[in-house]
Design a protein around this ligand. Structure first.
Ligand SMILES: NC(=O)c1ccc[n+]([C@@H]2O[C@H](COP(=O)([O-])OP(=O)(O)OC[C@H]3O[C@@H](n4cnc5c(N)ncnc54)[C@H](OP(=O)(O)O)[C@@H]3O)[C@@H](O)[C@H]2O)c1
Length: 307
């Protein structure tokens, strides 16, 4: 097995996604980064970073790029992340979230590469969150099922792995899909009246903060299962009020509702979220509360003039 001190090259999948963009930024300051995603172009560029586009479900394309670049670590931030879409497009969701991970495990086994994989609190049913690494998974959505299966494929593979479960990622990025923060800002800035659920609880996670944690974990050559999430457990409604406060929108436009009135295709865990004590003990990187996370997000928005 290649050890952390000898890492030169990191391959990142899903590099155009929210977390992928942050990982590209953090890792390219210490390593040569091969950023990969579906799109012909990369959305963010950094010195020390090259970009390749291929579909993770195409095992031969993955093998080709791994042989060519010879990475010591693969960070898998690619996934079919549309939770409601997963209920409808089940074959595609399974192909990417499980088949893609099988392909990654194959090349990691063959070339003795460490795999760092992202998973989610949606592998739990939300009956009694927040959850620790030792709690029993029981997904209530197809997305959750695919992500749990991806974990199992990795755990059964005997490769060196790190699985990081996280929840409700938020932050700014170039051309990223609307995460909860971006969606709120778009609606509130247009003066739209919003009904937000107060019965879905979790600990929202600034994508930049998660990415910093993953950098530290890779540098420390950590393996196994870790939960990383923000330092504050609250409802979506309370999170929305804090966003309105921080970005100076009218809080009167936000009212509380219940999940049963939303008609979402996929069932959501109600008391979701993650206990993070294991990661906090092992890491120097501080997990941010909402106030700190939103401050940092606002700062990055200003610096990069995004949205
Ligand atoms: N977002 C959250 O709240 C959250 C919570 C818990 C866990 N996670 C996990 O964290 C990870 C990163 O999430 P994220 O929010 O950064 O995701 P994201 O913004 O949706 O980015 C995922 C990226 O993967 C790409 N991708 C999709 N299918 C692919 C394929 N077949 N081959 C190669 N690339 C493909 C996507 O391209 P397209 O956009 O073109 O599809 C996208 O650029 C995922 O594993 C997710 O399950 C996310």
């Amino acid at each position: 097995m290649k050890c952390a001190g000898s890492i030169e090259t990191i391959l990142i999948t899903g590099a155009n996604g929210l977390l992928g963009q942050k990982l590209c930024g953090h890792f390219s300051s210490s390593y040569k980064v091969i950023a990969t995603d579906l799109h012909p172009e990369n959305f963010v560029s950094f010195p020390n970073l090259s970009y390749e586009n291929f579909d993770l479900t195409d095992g031969r394309a993955l093998e080709f790029h791994v042989r060519f670049y010879n990475p010591e670590v693969i960070l898998n931030a690619a996934a079919y992340t549309d939770v409601d879409g997963c209920e409808i497009n089940r074959d595609q969701a399974w192909a990417v979230n499980v088949g893609g991970v099988r392909n990654l495990v194959g090349v990691c086994r063959e070339h003795k590469i460490k795999l760092v994989h992202l998973s989610t609190d949606y592998i739990f049913d939300g009956e009694k969150g927040p959850y620790s690494e030792d709690d029993l998974p029981h997904p209530v959505s197809f997305y959750g099922k695919t992500k749990l299966e991806s974990e199992n494929v990795i755990k059964q593979s005997e490769i060196d792995f790190l699985i990081v479960r996280t929840n409700v990622l938020y932050g700014f990025g170039k051309k990223v899909k609307k995460n909860f923060l971006l969606w709120l800002i778009e609606k509130l800035s247009a003066g739209v009246k919003l009904e937000i659920v107060n019965d879905q609880l979790n600990n929202p996670t600034l994508a930049d903060n998660l990415s910093e944690c993953i950098l530290e974990m890779v540098q420390k050559d950590m393996s196994g299962m870790f939960h990383i999430g923000g330092a504050e457990y609250l409802s979506r409604y309370d999170f929305a009020l804090k966003v309105a406060d921080k970005f100076e929108f009218d809080k009167a436009n936000i009212s509380a509702t219940k999940t049963e009135f939303l008609n979402q295709k996929a069932k959501r865990p109600s008391r979701g979220g993650l206990k993070t004590e294991k990661a906090q003990k092992a890491l120097q990187t501080k997990l941010l509360n909402i106030e700190e996370g939103l401050d940092q997000a606002k700062q990055s928005q200003k610096e990069k003039e995004i949205l």
